[in-house]
Design a protein around this ligand. Structure first.
Ligand code: ZN
Length: 87
């Protein structure tokens, strides 16, 4: 067992904390390019965080689908009319 491994583990935990802290912004596309690069790099190196990100991403898709399901038909008609007006 070496000290180098301990250092790596500690740094990894800090990275996880930072990556997960900004994960919501990352998934919403609201973080800066530098943060985006850091998180992509971290997810590549860290399977647990990658799974977490995948889960959050699927959750967003699921919620988006649910929102579509419960959208009142009147709203859909209004959107359809708006789209026709644009064309
Ligand atoms: Zn991580």
């Amino acid at each position: 067992m070496t000290g180098a491994n301990d250092d790596h583990a500690a740094a990894g935990e800090t990275d996880c904390h930072a990556a997960l802290k900004d994960l919501q912004f990352f998934l919403d596309g609201e973080c800066g390019a530098a943060v985006q690069r850091l998180i992509i790099q971290h997810l590549h190196d860290c399977p647990p965080c990658e799974h977490r990100a995948d889960f959050e991403r699927e959750l967003r898709v699921f919620i988006a689908m649910k929102c579509k399901d419960v959208a009142p038909s009147g709203l859909l008609d209004r959107i359809r009319v708006m789209l026709q007006q644009i064309e």
